[in-house]
Design a binder for this molecule. Structure first.
Ligand code: NAP
Length: 350
């Protein structure tokens, strides 16, 4: 079992395990629900009852047996997931019963953390400070998605006030935070999302200067209208044809922060590369991929900045919470690929 995979158990406690590697979209054959007794924690361990399970596009990638930035989830292992939950039994002084914690607990009802379970460091356990924001926000704007938006824009893309910033997947967890951070830095922001409702939300609620519905007509024409002088920064959550359209809009010395490429995560064949990549040369532009875990040492910086904006009412923290049980995990994951979420998607388990 990989370090990040969870060891989950329960009296009537259930886990979602990878039953078979999917080809394309995940379906009922991908998952298996198992039951195990809730463990008694030994010295230095504690048991978390998970309440909110983060549902992320990266989960699809973790199912493929390929070299990546983390090992794939093994067949038979509990599905890896970040989650928030409450400590229900504890023999660890720092995590008393009743504390609310976040960590990589897996898709399960109970997780044993510490000796005999998920190693504390691998779980990345943090005590959730609900005085700053509700627990759900610690999976969204204050969690990995918010930190990804923060470092992707400030560090990878090095955005500067006055620049034009284009963001795809703009109505999602990372994108919606990125739109607002770029506005807070004094940038002109163009968001790309699927459908008129999401686009109206981006401009009317999140403050984007323009929004492009990539599902409606010519994206190239719409981008030229939204950013007639081109873009200095492209925060790419999506890849695929949108990346090509964005490449055509680059200004001199533009920077592309390659955050994700969700358009290809369920692909069953190798995806074609961007045909307009020479725009990088013509515009002396750069494109850099990044993984949020590489910024772990600087997480406190992002948490401080994001918390301050939330406290001052400057950063909205949209979440989309599906109420259900662990059985609903597979269907909830597929919502991401249908664009059925606005803001951070998560599963609240009863
Ligand atoms: P999200 O944006 O909340 O949800 C995914 C969204 O992607 C959907 O709502 C959908 O919105 C859009 N989408 C789905 N299929 C698409 C397609 N074929 N073409 C264009 N858009 C499509 O997810 P998230 O958690 O914020 O993640 C966004 C991206 O960031 C993902 O690529 C993820 O892998 C990446 N990410 C990277 C890191 C890192 O460390 N590099 C960390 C976190 C996340 P529409 O309705 O607008 O289509």
């Amino acid at each position: 079992m990989s370090a990040l995979s969870a060891h989950c158990t329960a009296g009537a406690s259930r886990q979602v395990r990878l039953a078979a590697r999917p080809r394309g979209r995940t379906d009922g054959d991908t998952w298996e629900i198992t039951t195990a007794p809730v463990p008694e924690p030994g010295d230095g361990a504690f048991v978390v009852r998970t309440e909110l399970i983060s549902v992320d596009p990266a989960m699809r990638g973790w199912l493929d047996d390929v070299r990546s930035y983390v090992p794939p989830v093994g067949v038979g292992e509990v599905m890896r997931a970040h989650a928030v939950g409450r400590v229900v039994t504890s023999r660890h002084p720092d995590y008393p019963e009743g504390s609310v914690v976040s960590g990589t607990f897996g898709v399960c009802e109970h997780a044993l953390v510490g000796p005999g379970g998920i190693p504390l460091r691998a779980a990345g356990v943090e005590v959730v400070d609900e005085s700053i924001a509700p627990a759900s926000v610690w999976l969204g704007a204050l969690g990995f998605p918010g930190k990804t938006a923060y470092f992707g824009l400030t560090d990878v893309a090095r955005m500067r006030p006055g620049e034009t910033v284009l963001i795809s997947g703009a109505a999602g967890a990372v994108g919606s935070t990125a739109v607002q951070i770029a506005k807070l830095h004094g940038c002109r922001v163009v968001g790309v999302a699927g459908g008129p409702d999401k686009c109206a939300w981006l401009t009317d609620e999140l403050g984007a200067d323009a929004a492009v519905d990539y599902k409606a007509g010519s994206v190239g024409r719409a981008l030229r209208a939204a950013a007639p002088d081109g873009v200095d920064v492209y925060f790419d959550n999506v890849g695929g044809p949108l990346l090509d359209s964005a490449l055509a809009q680059l200004r001199t010395h533009a920077r592309i922060a390659l955050c994700g490429a969700i358009s290809g995560y369920n692909a069953t064949e190798p995806q074609p590369g961007p045909s307009r990549y020479l725009s990088l040369l013509v515009n002396r532009a750069s494109m850099q991929g990044f993984i949020i875990f590489d910024y772990a040492d600087r997480f406190p910086e992002a948490t401080a900045a994001l918390s301050a904006w939330i406290r001052r009412g400057l950063l909205a923290t949209p979440t989309q919470i599906v109420d259900g049980t662990v059985d609903d995990f597979g269907a909830t994951l597929n919502k991401l690929f249908d664009g059925a979420n606005t803001g951070k998607l998560m599963l609240r388990i009863a």
